[in-house]
Design a protein around this ligand. Sequence first.
Ligand SMILES: *Cc1c(COP(=O)(O)O)cnc(C)c1O
Length: 439
Amino acid sequence: MMNQSDWLARSRAAVWHPCTQMKLHETGELPLIPIARGAGAWLYDFEDRRYLDAISSWWVNLFGHAHPRINAAIKDQLDRLEHVILAGFTHAPVVELSERLSALTGLGHCFYASDGSSAVEIALKMSFHYWRNHGRPGKSRFLCLKGSYHGETLGTLGVGDVALYKEAYGPLMREAMTVPSPDARLAEPGETAEDVAERAARGLEAMLAEHHASVAALIVEPLVQGAGGMVMYDPEYLRLACALCDRYNIHLIADEIMVGFGRTGTLFAHEQAGIRPDFLCLSKGLTGGYLPLSVVLTTNTIYTAFYDDAITRGFLHSHSYTGNPLACRAALATLDLFAEEQVLERNQQFAERFTGLLAPLANHPQARHFRQRGMIWAVDIATRDPDFRLRFYREALQREILLRPLGTTIYFMPPYVVNDQDAALLAEQAVAALDAALA
Ligand SMILES: *Cc1c(COP(=O)(O)O)cnc(C)c1O
């Protein structure tokens, strides 16, 4: 059997790891950890050292690793049909999944892809194409929030505002127009998060008043802007933005790729504002974190604009693995778990306990803006150390914890199966890792 260090060397030589300066793996500054297996909230390496997966393996995992129910669904599907072209053909898992997602969201049509970025691309293309089919091809621009993140492809970087990821590719991009973020941290003394939301909405209104004729859609990450630093904001912003989109005749695209499936406390984040977006993008937790699958849900109004005798008025977009049956079965098993177990209620009770356990971190002398929504916690660390992120990451790993700060923001996004004992360990070791990283 291959041992731990063999896998390390072979991976460094053959695998170009994502979002990584590979040189850091050579110098040992950034450990590369071969994982042999996962069980529940824990990952195990080849020497049986364990790591608590406190970021749900990049925000995808909901019910832990190797969940018996999801495993069984995929195994059952594997012996029936692993994949079939979805143009001209259909299959039971994709039909059932579409019906159930529609029933949950009130959005009647599901278009599938394989990852989050592709879902965002689809929503952008569909929005533009809708206006084109309505004789308004001039509506070709997009609005996004300051600090927003919607993926890594050229189209999605264009509606993103995280400099680290997009700077190098500026010349390749078609930039969206940026409107103020309702980031609750921007509250002036005496202001509430709702006041900040209203202020940001006034910024949006000013932009729309001037540019609405050339704008197709506003894209938002409802309630929590993830990659931009776990920025949290008041649902009032979504209510106001949705009303403004209606008034100025532009689409609202809700990118719930990260916040969907219970992360913010409700099944979908936009529910907390009582709004219905024109497009809803889902991925990540959709399959419980098992397999790549994404979907764009949209309204009858939008669907109908493409329904025509002319082929070119249709949406001629596809991906090879669109609607993959194995991924759809994983998604159906995930929805079963939500339907049969009191997931959101249990999470709410857990969240109260975990917020209590994080008090020492929230009250740490270097901690700023501790915040929580649903099953997401974040805190900014006041440090000028450019290596803080790496230092903290290493210190946490040494304490059996997988936490991966965004810049100087430490956040927690554990799978929903994390138990109280693990949570206590997580809270305690996070503070220990912070002290060590700052020392
Ligand atoms: C992760 C993410 C994406 C991109 O999804 P990928 O599957 O990584 O392409 C888009 N939007 C948001 C809000 C995300 O968090």
